[in-house]
Write a protein that binds this ligand. Structure first.
Ligand code: NBP
Length: 473
């Protein structure tokens, strides 16, 4: 028996992707290092389509139609390299390998180059949507040659989520482009969750509302501009009551947020590229701080504000605006970072298409992504999302309320690093003059690092210790 496509690595993601393919009518060859998992998949779901069992990678290669197409869905890192090395020895020029794991884009660039040397195509593919997405339709972010995409694109598009008749899958660019975009997607996911958490905290601690009431607030917000998967599940989680204790679930969960690392990758890469992804960074730092149990316990008695601020009547509406404003700022930061990476690595990523394929299947799926697509369609060279006419109007409308929220949070002693940092980004962007001029002056004073002037070209240095005359550098 032959199969049209193969999947190796049949843990949660791989087995669900294989089932998705089989259900769409593709005969799919399945392989897993531990064969018991392959058996289990076939026993439980073998009737959902045509599966061809492969006991070894050599068997997997043997049963595939040419050019062979194999999706590698193993744990990212050394496991991926091991599987790719073995497969490279078995495949023939023109065959296509897809890595659907959460690979770092630099690894993807390295692997793509190595496979290309061997005449093989390598498509580094970001896949978002978790277990359910993999089975029912994820958001798929492939990067690789146009030639390879011609072969695998139609298959990927047919198993992806669909929004308004369009598949949430598009070729984003060569080599690491797909995994880069997936990384930024995850970074934005971190930021989104942090803003939501801060908003909850303000409703809880500054406004004194109970989790069940706050769930209602989020449910209402999900009908407006904020409509998104994360807002929807926030209402679900907040409304949940712990069956063991009868307490709100959110009150019995340890308040230490963990991370697998893609948020950290985004921030590290933002630093390398000189991109101010502050919203994502604050989200990563907030998780890190939450885990500092010992320091938090030691600091628990540090003084806070002596009186609670009086909340305006529209506090809840203000919070909605602040959350929306911060979210827009974080997306602007993420898209700017993708643009800059495109310049650095020679990709030409279509930002409108990026927003379009995030509308369904993935964790940050949201209604307003349509607007981002529109913005980049209207002007593919938009320098920053916030200067698009629609978003200027939106963030302009939100900013007064956003300021009130950040001020109230500071007065109440409730930390809002994400909301505050987003506002600082907004105000920095729009500032006519930044105090960076003073920083330049200081750098020139202590280190003769030179500066540029606003009135003539060239580099200059002031002889601070010797009469303060200015010389050309
Ligand atoms: P895991 O990340 O838990 O990986 C388990 C799979 O990797 C098993 O099939 C395992 O085989 C195989 N494997 C390992 Br571990 N080392 C191997 C090696 N040296 N050689 C061959 N196979 C090896 O699975 P997952 O949660 O399904 O995720 C798969 C990929 O998808 C990961 O890169 C993950 O980051 C990414 N991803 C996950 C999600 C999600 O929601 N879980 C979402 C999006 C992307 P065995 O059965 O023999 O141990």
């Amino acid at each position: 028996r032959t199969a049209q496509i193969g999947v190796t690595g049949l843990a949660t993601m791989g087995s669900n992707l294989a089932r998705n393919l089989a259900r769409r009518g593709y005969p799919v060859a399945v392989h897993n290092r531990t064969q018991a998992k392959t058996r289990e998949l076939l026993d439980q779901h073998g009737d959902e389509g045509v599966f061809v069992e492969a006991a070894t990678l050599a068997e997997l290669v043997a049963v595939l139609e040419r050019p062979r197409k194999i999706i590698v869905m193993v744990k990212a890192g050394a496991g991926t390299d091991a599987v790719l090395d073995e497969l490279a020895g078995l495949l023939e020029p023109g065959d296509i390998l897809l890595d659907g794991g959460n690979a770092h884009f630099a690894d993807t660039r390295r692997r793509e180059a190595a496979m290309r040397e061997k005449g093989l195509h390598f498509v580094g593919t970001g896949i978002s949507g978790g277990e359910e997405g993999a089975l029912l339709g994820p958001s798929i972010m492939p990067g690789g040659s146009a030639e390879a995409y011609e072969q695998v694109g139609p298959i990927l598009e047919s198993i992806a989520a669909v929004v308004d008749g369009e598949p949430c899958c598009v070729r984003l660019g060569p080599d690491g482009a797909g995994h880069f975009v997936k990384m930024v997607h995850n970074g934005i996911e971190y930021a989104d969750m942090q803003f939501i958490a801060e908003t909850y905290d303000l409703l809880r601690r500054a406004a004194g509302r109970e989790p069940a009431e706050i769930a209602e607030v989020f449910r209402t917000w999900n009908d407006g501009d904020l409509e998104s998967y994360l807002i929807e599940i926030t209402a679900e989680v907040l409304a949940h009551v712990d069956p063991a204790t009868g307490k709100p679930f959110v009150d019995v969960v340890a308040d230490r947020a963990e991370q697998k690392g893609t948020g950290r990758w985004t921030v590290r890469e933002g630093l390398e590229l000189g991109e101010p992804v502050a919203g994502i960074a604050e989200a990563v730092f907030a998780r890190a701080l939450s885990g500092h149990v010992e320091q938090r316990a030691a600091a628990a008695n540090l003084p806070g504000p002596s009186a609670s601020p009086k909340l305006g009547d529209d506090f809840v509406d203000d919070l909605r605006e602040a959350l929306y404003g911060a979210k827009l700022a974080a997306y602007a930061q993420g898209f700017s970072m993708i643009t800059e990476a495109g310049r650095e690595y020679g990709w030409d990523i279509d930002l409108g298409a990026t927003a379009r394929i995030w509308r369904g299947g993935c964790i940050i799926r949201a209604r307003f992504l349509n607007r981002i697509t529109d913005a980049y369609r209207a002007d593919p060279d938009l320098v920053n999302l916030l200067v698009d006419e629609y978003f200027t109007e939106q963030i302009g409308r939100a900013q007064e309320a956003w300021r009130r929220v950040v001020a109230t949070a500071a007065a109440a002693g409730v930390p809002v690093p994400g909301l505050a940092s987003g506002l600082a980004y907004y105000d920095s962007l729009r500032a006519e003059r930044l105090p960076a001029a003073l920083v330049q002056g200081l750098r020139d004073y202590f280190g003769a690092h030179t500066y540029q002037r606003i009135d003539r070209p060239g580099g200059f240095h002031t002889r601070w210790g010797q009469g303060r005359d200015e010389v050309e550098a």
